[in-house]
Design a protein around this ligand. Sequence first.
Ligand code: ZN
Length: 91
Amino acid sequence: MTNPGFHDGNALAGPLSEIFALDVTTARRRCPGCGREATVAALRVYDSGPAAVARCPGCEQVALRVARHGGTLWLDFGNGGALRFRVADGV
Ligand SMILES: [Zn+2]
């Protein structure tokens, strides 16, 4: 079989384990809406609905959605992109 020129997502296991082993709230992001740079901890989180919605403190644009349903945790970064994790059930 020839090499198609790319790897599957398992190639990211090492780098992602390094990222998610850290305190994610210290990560910085630049808002594509207003250009403000802020840590995840500085985002405004609204959690009265089925998902926690984190918004930019400058312009209120959605930065991240986090939802947990049983043993599944969803991280949605917008634009149709989301990551689904299997986690311990019932927390
Ligand atoms: Zn913004």
